[in-house]
Ligand binder design. Structure first.
Ligand code: ADP
Ligand code: TRP
Length: 323
């Protein structure tokens, strides 16, 4: 899997039902580009533990997120798919980084400040979260880290951890680069705000046809009468057509001519979303829990081999490897 390719690693929170915003903003770009790299897809289950204290939900979330990515098109023979907790070197290296960075440095993390401002418990795990993420990335000599814009600073923290370690103990870690897909502007939800599970305005990715139709039909519209032209720049339904509708120019013309109403436009959109999603939903349905577990076990073996070799060097460098 290496063939001189650059190495890519990203982490996924096992955080429940995906929506079409996640698909367009994260899964689709990943599926389209991971083959160019030696790719690692890691389920950040110990990161999830900073906020989730429900074992059944965490377990199901892990299985679901792997099934979602495989269904969306990630081939487990072409990427190493594993979970963080299966490779103890992640938490071990995170500790070493914790000993290299200061409290004021970690206090500047936007994600930490935002979460605490939203009322999340300020536990020590949440506080040192960026150093566990730095370990995830740096253990594999990662070049490229595809993430959402909200994670940009965390990749900067990983670079900083690498630099601090290299300065203290000699050249060991490569400084990674984030890859943020800027071209996908935030996909709007049914109320026109950014689609997000925290706003309850989502169209589910793996929902039933009925659930997708119901969400699409609930898209907010103005009161333009049927037969009058519709504004493609303002209409939420049209914004979503841009991502799912093959004959977009034709629909655009009908908006301008006033020969399509909101109801018909929504029905067409629901049809096109369902057509895009149906093959993925079928793949997801055919994927057993056992198959997902096997993918994780195989991935853990590959990841552990790389991580333990790197940690052997790290232990030597810091001075604890005496025998
Ligand atoms: P949510 O806002 O629903 O909690 P997350 O923050 O878990 O979503 O996002 C996971 C990934 O999905 C992010 O990295 C981001 O790239 C992508 N994403 C989420 N919502 C959208 C959206 N509305 N438009 C485009 N991409 C999105
Ligand atoms: N913090 C990331 C998020 O919330 C998830 C994550 C954990 C991650 N470890 C990572 C992303 C390593 C990229 C690389 O989305």
């Amino acid at each position: 899997m290496s063939d001189g390719k650059k190495r890519l690693l990203t982490g996924l929170q096992p955080s429940g039902q995906l929506h079409i915003g996640n698909y367009l903003g994260a899964l689709k770009p990943f599926v389209e580009s991971y083959g160019e790299y030696e790719s690692y897809l890691m389920v950040a289950d110990y990161h999830a533990l900073t906020s989730l204290k429900n074992p059944a939900q965490l377990g199901e979330g892990i299985i679901d997120v792997v099934a979602d990515y495989v269904a969306a098109g990630v081939n487990p023979t072409q990427a190493t798919i594993f979970k963080q907790s299966d490779v103890p070197e992640h938490t071990e290296l995170a500790w070493i980084f914790d000993c290299l960075v200061t409290v004021p440095f970690l206090q500047q993390a936007h994600a930490y400040k935002d979460k605490v401002a939203k009322g999340l418990e300020a536990n020590a795990g949440l506080f040192t979260y960026p150093m566990l993420m730095a370990a995830d990335i740096l253990l594999y000599d990662t070049d490229i880290v595809p993430v959402g814009a909200d994670q940009r600073q965390h990749v900067e923290y990983a670079r900083e951890a690498a630099a601090k370690f290299n300065q203290a103990f000699g050249d060991t870690f490569k400084e990674p680069q984030e890859k943020i897909s800027e071209d996908i502007a935030a996909v709007p939800g049914v109320d026109g705000k950014k689609m997000s599970k925290s706003y309850g305005n989502t169209i589910p990715l793996f929902g039933t046809d009925d659930a997708i139709r119901a969400a699409v039909m609930s898209i907010v519209t103005d009161s333009t009468a049927v037969g009058a032209p519709l504004d493609t720049d303002k209409d939420i339904t049209f914004a979503l057509h841009r991502h799912f509708t093959p004959n977009l120019a034709e629909i655009q013309k009908r908006y301008v001519d006033g020969t399509i109403g909101y109801k018909e436009s929504k029905e067409l959109l629901a049809h096109n979303i369902i057509a895009t999603i149906a093959p993925m939903r079928e793949r997801r349905g055919a994927l057993s829990r056992e198959a997902v577990i096997q993918i994780l076990k195989d991935g853990a073996e590959v990841a552990r081999a790389k991580a333990s070799a790197k940690m052997a060097d790290v232990r030597k460098k810091v001075g604890v490897a005496l025998y």
